[in-house]
Design a protein around this ligand. Structure first.
Ligand SMILES: *Cc1c(COP(=O)(O)O)cnc(C)c1O
Length: 379
């Protein structure tokens, strides 16, 4: 049997061990330490933002951002529907209610028209959201200019979920730096990983100081252990931050590799009538974290599941596009806004999209194997 070809797996640079050894030699086997400080500074400088706080996951970073924005019981928070569940779960942790917003075809991300529609309704009900979580799916930036303009008009802060778009750009500015807060994830499947970890970024240095305080059990400035606020244990370990430092060194190289993988799929497969690929909006630059293919059901006689099964039979991992959150059993009761009721974009993308192996360790011959299976199954 051929080697299994994976969607996206950890890809070390070789220098991670050096930073881990530093942690061991100095006995900084703790949350916090010099690797964490350096990882925060280097990431902040890479994306061009004032400050970054390293945390235990992207999910924790979203939870902290909501907390600092004052999201609590009885509040609503808007969130992209087409995303991984972790974008919205922290809304529930805060005791707030999510409202889901549909995608648009140009970016597959939050539709500015659907957002505006939802805000008009919310304003009429005197229930404007406390925050809007905008996701940049599979590396593609959302239409930040349009979305920012609408949110500013209603004075609602943005949390940019850039878990999948580290290294991507929108009009020359790094993804994740547009909102009040941005978050990144270093989970094992992301473009760079610390095995598990995340980062909260902002130009509001005071807010990030507060985030660090909340993330380390919210200890008051006193000689004894005193707490006036509920805190969390959300900080990143100094050992894992060492992995992050080694990974940051190769981030741009990984972006180039991911883009080359995407280009090869697109060049080899988009000539087939009925196959298209995830977009890259003019003036944006995607890290192409995952290559996503779209089947036109009027032209392709098999479904995405047929193709996923055919690939799996050849030991190749492929997955459907994220199932929209407004269709998830846990969010059944939540409101959902779409621009065109006849054409729910996130549902169309879910029904017809599949994520192809985008592993930067995949060889050219292995990618050809993937392409061969797709061609043979479809034609
Ligand atoms: C991975 C991911 C997260 C969560 O990050 P974790 O580090 O796994 O907690 C959040 N949002 C999106 C869109 C993701 O892909």
């Amino acid at each position: 049997m051929n080697n299994r070809i994976l969607l996206s797996s950890p890809h070390m640079s070789g220098n991670e061990q050096k930073y881990i050894n530093d942690a061991f030699e100095t006995n900084w086997i703790a949350p916090l330490g010099p690797n964490v400080d350096k990882f925060e500074q280097e990431l902040a400088s890479y994306v061009g933002i004032a400050d970054a706080a390293a945390v235990s996951s992207g999910t924790a970073a979203i939870d902290l951002a909501l907390n600092i924005l004052g999201v609590g019981v009885g509040d609503t928070v808007f969130c992209s529907s087409l995303t991984f569940v972790a974008s919205a779960n922290p809304i529930i942790y805060r005791g707030a209610t999510p409202v889901f917003i549909d995608s648009e075809f140009d970016t597959w991300n939050m539709s500015p028209q659907a957002l505006e529609k939802a805000l008009i309704v919310a304003k009429a009900k005197k229930d404007l959201p406390r925050a809007v979580i905008i996701v940049n799916l599979y590396g593609q930036s959302a239409k930040m200019d349009e979305l920012l303009k609408i949110c500013n008009q209603y004075d609602v802060p943005i949390i940019e979920d850039a878990a999948e778009s580290l290294g991507s750009m929108y009009k020359g500015q790094k993804s994740g730096t547009f909102g009040e807060f941005g978050i990144y994830s270093f989970n094992g499947n992301k473009i760079i990983t610390t095995s598990g970890g995340g980062m909260l970024v902002s130009n509001d240095v005071e807010a990030l100081k507060h985030a660090r305080f909340l993330a380390t059990q919210a200890r008051d400035d006193a000689k004894h252990y005193q707490h006036s606020t509920i805190g969390y244990n959300y900080r990143l370990s100094n050992v894992l931050a060492g992995i992050g430092l080694g990974q940051l060194e190769v981030l741009d190289e990984r972006v180039a590799q991911k883009r080359a993988i995407f280009a090869k799929y697109e060049n080899s497969l988009s000539l087939i009538d009925g196959i298209s690929f995830s977009p890259e909006l003019t003036n944006t630059f995607s890290n192409r974290w995952l290559s996503v293919m779209l089947l036109n059901p009027e032209k392709i006689r098999i479904t995405t599941y047929d193709l996923i099964n055919a690939l799996n039979a050849e030991n190749i991992e492929a997955r459907p596009v994220w199932k929209p959150l407004h269709l998830q059993p846990i969010f059944q009761e939540c409101e959902f806004f779409t621009y065109d009721e006849e054409k729910v974009v996130s549902e169309i993308l879910f029904a017809n999209g599949l994520c192809l192996p985008s592993d930067t360790k995949m060889t050219a011959a292995e990618q050809m194997r993937v392409i061969d299976v797709i061609v043979n199954t479809i034609l």
